[in-house]
Design a protein around this ligand. Structure first.
Ligand code: ADP
Ligand code: AMP
Length: 221
């Protein structure tokens, strides 16, 4: 399955991506995780991306598209993938269509939209904590680790992302409305968009997602 997750920052894409990718049996590709890994390794790509990420702006399309093109050409992604955080602009979506057509004569099967209102998104982003070693996502109130600041899964240190500070959150929501929300109409027009209510407990959202994706799985087609 070739699957894209869309929704505002804080909608739960990263949280759900892990479960859905495992369920569907495809690799999870998160552009935010790839950028953050490059920032912490101090690569040229990371240095370039950091100034945009710190402001809550999008990294320019040329840079992002090249990075995703290279990742999609890796062997594990040839038969299917779950994209989390890409595309985020209509030009990125158009280029993704081109990459799939050229590289594998294929196209996206489905775009899953996680629907959550802005108030909930702000609550989620303000309390988000991420494990420095395994990238697992926690929340101080909604999904707290057993010990403050320590990941239950691997004992890694939890940190608050710089772009989860109030001023940056506000900018990211504006950037979403202006640059990413038009993708909803773009994909609806292609007949591949499915939306689910992404409020309520994480497990309930996962079940809704799996249910919504069932018609698109190979076994059902
Ligand atoms: P995104 O990848 O869309 O930016 P995340 O998956 O990182 O969003 O989730 C943002 C925050 O919200 C995290 O702290 C996560 O633990 C929390 N979260 C995710 N899903 C839910 C949910 N269904 N209910 C409450 N909190 C959630
Ligand atoms: P995320 O982890 O998805 O919230 O992404 C964190 C940040 O990485 C974003 O605010 C952007 O600065 C950058 N980023 C991630 N994905 C993209 C993308 N597809 N296009 C441009 N910038 C991106």
């Amino acid at each position: 399955m070739r699957l894209v997750l869309v929704g505002p920052p804080g909608a739960g894409k990263g949280t759900q991506a892990q479960f859905i990718a495992e369920h569907v049996g495809v690799p999870k590709i998160s552009t935010g995780d790839i950028f953050r890994a490059n920032v912490s390794e101090g690569t040229p790509l990371g240095l370039e991306a950091k100034e945009y990420m710190d402001r809550g702006d999008l990294v320019p399309d040329e840079v992002t598209i090249d990075m995703v093109r290279n990742r999609l050409l890796e062997k594990d992604a040839v038969g299917g993938f779950l994209l989390d955080g890409f595309p985020r602009t209509v030009p990125q979506a158009e280029t993704l269509d081109d990459i799939l057509r050229e590289s594998a004569d294929s196209k996206l099967d489905v775009v899953l939209e996680l629907v959550v209102d802005n108030e909930e998104v702000v609550r989620r982003l303000s309390g988000r904590r991420t494990c420095r070693t395994c990238n697992h996502i926690w929340h101080v109130d909604f999904d707290p680790p057993q010990q403050d600041g320590i990941c239950d899964l691997d004992g890694g240190e939890l940190f608050q992302r710089d772009d989860d500070k109030p001023a940056t959150i506000e900018n990211r929501l504006e950037v979403y409305d202006e640059q990413t929300a038009p993708l909803i109409a773009y994909y609806a027009g292609r007949g591949v968009l499915v939306g689910i209510d992404a409020t309520g407990p994480v497990d309930d959202v996962t079940l809704r997602a799996i249910d919504a994706l069932r018609p698109y799985s190979a076994a059902e087609r």
